[in-house]
Ligand binder design. Structure first.
Ligand SMILES: O=C(O)CCC(=O)C(=O)O
Ligand SMILES: [Mn+2]
Length: 193
C-alpha cells in the first residue's frame, strides 16, 4: 500500500513475510548476526548508541554513519535469501544491509534522514521489521507535518525518490515494556569512501 505523504514515495507491505516466517527470521538474526554496540559522539560527549547494530554487504563495503565507520561482514545465507526477495519485489539492487536490534523500549533511533553521500541522491531504502511492533515516525523538514506508521513483524517499508530530502524519521523510546525488534534496512552504496 502507498502511504499518502506529500514530497515522499513510501510503500508499506504489512505481510511481506508471514508471522511464522518472521518469527523464524527474528530468531536466526538475533542469534547469528555479529551484533556490535558502538559509541557515538553527541554534543561533544561519547555515549553508547541506544541499540545494537550489524553491517553486512558486498566486498567489505564501508559505510560511514554518524562518526562510525562500519566495514561490511560477508553476507550470511539468511541475509542473502532476504535480499533476493526484497530486491525482486523492489526491482532494485542492494549491496548492503544495516541491521538494528532494539533490545527493549529503551532502545531507539533519533531523528535523521538516510542521506549519507554514499547512498546517492535519491536512495531506495527497503526496511524490514521482525519481532515486536514499533512506531516509526516521520516529520517533514519544512512543513513539520508528522505522521507515524506502526511497523508489524514481517513488514516491509520502502522509501524512494525524494523521501530522504523532505522527511526525517525516527523510532522513539517508549515507557511501557516492549520486546526486542530487529530492523534490516537494505541500501545501495554507490561509491567507496
Ligand atoms: O528501525 C527502524 O525501523 C529504522 C532504522 C533506521 O532508520 C536506520 O537505521 O537508518
Ligand atoms: Mn534511517
Amino acid at each position: 500500500m502507498k502511504i499518502n505523504c506529500p514530497d515522499a514515495d513510501i510503500e508499506y507491505i504489512e505481510d511481506f513475510y508471514s508471522a511464522d516466517e518472521a518469527h523464524l527470521i527474528f530468531n536466526a538474526l538475533t542469534q547469528h548476526l555479529v551484533w556490535r554496540h558502538d559509541d557515538i559522539k553527541m554534543f561533544g560527549k561519547v555515549m553508547k548508541i541506544p541499540r545494537l547494530q550489524a553491517w553486512y554487504g558486498d566486498n567489505s563495503l564501508r559505510y560511514r554513519y554518524s562518526n562510525i565507520t562500519l566495514t561490511a561482514e560477508p553476507w550470511t545465507a539468511a541475509l542473502l535469501a532476504i535480499k533476493e526477495k526484497v530486491s525482486g519485489y523492489c526491482r532494485h539492487d542492494f549491496n548492503a544491509v544495516l541491521a538494528n536490534l532494539y533490545r527493549d523500549q529503551h532502545d531507539s533511533v533519533g531523528w535523521h534522514s538516510d542521506d549519507e553521500p554514499e547512498l546517492g541522491a535519491m536512495p531506495t531504502i527497503a526496511s524490514l521489521s521482525f519481532g515486536a511492533e514499533r512506531e516509526f515516525q516521520l516529520k517533514h523538514i519544512i512543513t513539520k507535518e508528522k505522521m507515524s506508521i506502526s511497523l508489524a513483524s514481517g513488514s516491509l517499508l520502502i522509501m524512494r525518490g525524494k523521501t530522504q530530502h523532505y522527511w526525517q524519521h525516527c523510532l522513539p523510546k517508549r515507557s511501557k515494556l516492549i520486546k526486542p525488534r530487529v530492523n534490516l534496512s537494505f541500501r545501495k552504496i554507490c561509491n567507496e569512501s
